[in-house]
Design a protein around this ligand. Structure first.
Ligand code: IYR
Length: 229
């Protein structure tokens, strides 16, 4: 190979996985992900910080626009902060559920039976908020512009959710609307905005989830085979 680079490159030559073994691993991974559900009833059993560190380390491997990694995950197990988050979230949600005229939203959400009560924000041992950095402050005080911020942080959050699931932990992709209050409560700079609020813990012993099905593969994947002449 005789490529010339202006910047440092290193070899990336992971061992080739034979396709039989690859498919077996793929099916195993799918089987595990199929068992994941979003949870709204958590146990208050403790979860060690190490589990959060592992899940955020997994998130931190996500691809991102220009490799700017435009995310910050803020984790807290402080009962006072969790209470503050719950109070503020419930206030916003009360407006959503009681005051706003959103019949379409309300009927789309009916089968989830969600309401303005967000007990899980206090019961779950950890709250982790993913923040998206539109700009990232640099050591010299300047601001670096980031690219594809929403895509990048979304992918990182996907890795985060999968890592938690792998550890037997549950979460919910909670997006109280609006969630600007999290910037204040968690003392974050104005260069980033709250993206998703994740309560993290074990499902409660009597946890239930709505009976939902996933859409069939032939709706999720359209294959256009090569035309044979
Ligand atoms: N943010 C509200 C409403 C809500 C919206 C969607 I889209 C959901 O999938 C679930 C809930 C709430 O958290 O209750």
């Amino acid at each position: 190979m005789n490529r010339s680079h202006q910047h440092p490159f290193v070899a990336y030559t992971p061992p080739r996985v034979p396709i039989g073994e690859g498919l077996r691993r793929g099916a195993e991974y799918l089987d595990e992900l199929e068992r994941r559900r979003s949870v709204r009833w958590f146990s208050d059993d403790p979860v060690p910080l190490e589990a959060i560190q592992l899940a955020v380390s997994a998130a931190n491997t996500a691809p991102s626009g220009a490799h700017h990694q435009p995310w910050t995950f803020v984790a807290t197990d402080d009962p006072e902060i969790k209470r503050g988050v719950r109070m503020a979230a419930e206030e916003e949600e009360r407006k959503f559920y009681q005051e706003r005229e959103l019949p379409e939203w309300h009927s789309a959400l009916a089968r989830l039976e969600t309401d303005e009560h967000k007990e899980f924000l206090e019961v779950a041992p950890w709250l982790v908020v993913a923040f998206a950095q539109k700009h990232t402050p640099q050591p010299d005080g300047s601001l670096r512009k980031n690219y594809y911020v929403s895509e990048s942080v979304g992918i990182a959050c996907g890795f985060f959710i999968a890592a938690l699931h792998r550890m037997g932990l549950a979460t919910l992709t909670h997006t109280p609307n609006p969630m600007a209050f999290l910037t204040k409560v968690l003392d974050r700079p104005r260069t980033e905005r709250p993206y998703i609020l994740f309560p993290v813990g074990y499902p409660a012993d009597d946890c239930e989830v709505p009976e939902l099905t996933r859409k069939p593969l032939d709706e999720a994947l359209i294959v256009r085979p090569a035309r044979r002449s």
